[in-house]
Design a protein around this ligand. Structure first.
Ligand code: DX5
Ligand code: ZN
Length: 222
């Protein structure tokens, strides 16, 4: 099943609850939280306290993408706040085995993230310990960026690598995924598709979420 994960980075934070509710009603499968500290990436966003509030009202799994220095310091806080999935970047997690094991020991799904310039080979060992891989199709830090075209080729190679090592691993693709390329990304091997501006820039967030979810469901029929 292909899953749709709205990224709230592009939401209107004045109306965040209402907009997340629209995603829920539109059939979204999980909510993606882009956590940024202004060091690992140029932008600064939010911490566990936001997930805590959302968790009280949102029935969907919460997917915390940690774009922060030394993410291991905050993993317990994010899981305690309600994160069901936590992903860390291979680029700044020298103790990746320990960090992935920490996430799983706390009861969350463990994800490893790869930036567009990092070779897939950096993942090889981590695949044995991860529940999912988050493949960045933009440089992390901002919503609304253009999908890096080479990401499709990388995604196909990653799918083959995952299928050869641990087929149950889910592949999540993040950045520049919109209505026009959603099916292509799904067919290239993505299991979870993160969509930020492609949902929250729509007038009708619920309708747009439903449209993308229906597209994904139709892609499975093909
Ligand atoms: C970028 C984030 C992405 C981003 C996706 O650093 O990891 O999740 O918010 O937003 P769009 O879909 O607008 O590229
Ligand atoms: Zn993200």
């Amino acid at each position: 099943m292909k899953l749709l994960a709205p990224s709230i980075l592009s939401a209107d934070f004045w109306r965040l609850g209402e907009q997340i509710q629209a995603c829920v009603e539109g059939g979204a499968d999980l909510i993606h939280f882009d956590v940024m500290d202004g060091h690992f990436v140029p932008n600064i966003t939010f911490g566990p306290v936001l997930l805590e509030s959302i968790k009280k009202h949102c029935p969907l799994p919460l997917d915390a993408h940690l774009m922060i220095e030394r993410p291991e310091r905050y993993i317990p806080d994010f899981v305690k706040a309600g994160a069901d999935m936590v992903s860390v970047h291979v680029e700044n997690s020298p103790h990746l085995h320990r960090t992935l094991e920490l996430i799983k020991s706390l009861g969350a799904k463990a994800g490893v993230v790869l930036n567009p310039g990092t070779p897939l080979s950096a993942l090889e060992e981590a695949l044995h310990y991860a529940d999912f891989v988050l493949l960045m199709s933009v440089n992390p830090g901002f919503g609304g960026q253009k999908f890096i075209e080479r990401s499709l080729e990388r995604l196909r190679r990653l799918r083959a690598l995952v299928d050869s090592v641990k087929p149950q691993i889910l592949i999540e693709v993040d950045g520049g995924v919109k209505e026009h390329n959603l099916l292509e990304v799904a067919r290239a091997g993505a299991d979870i598709l993160v969509v930020g501006s492609g949902i929250f820039s729509a007038e009708d967030i619920k309708g747009q979420t439903r449209r993308l979810k229906e597209l994904l469901t139709s892609s499975e029929a093909l």
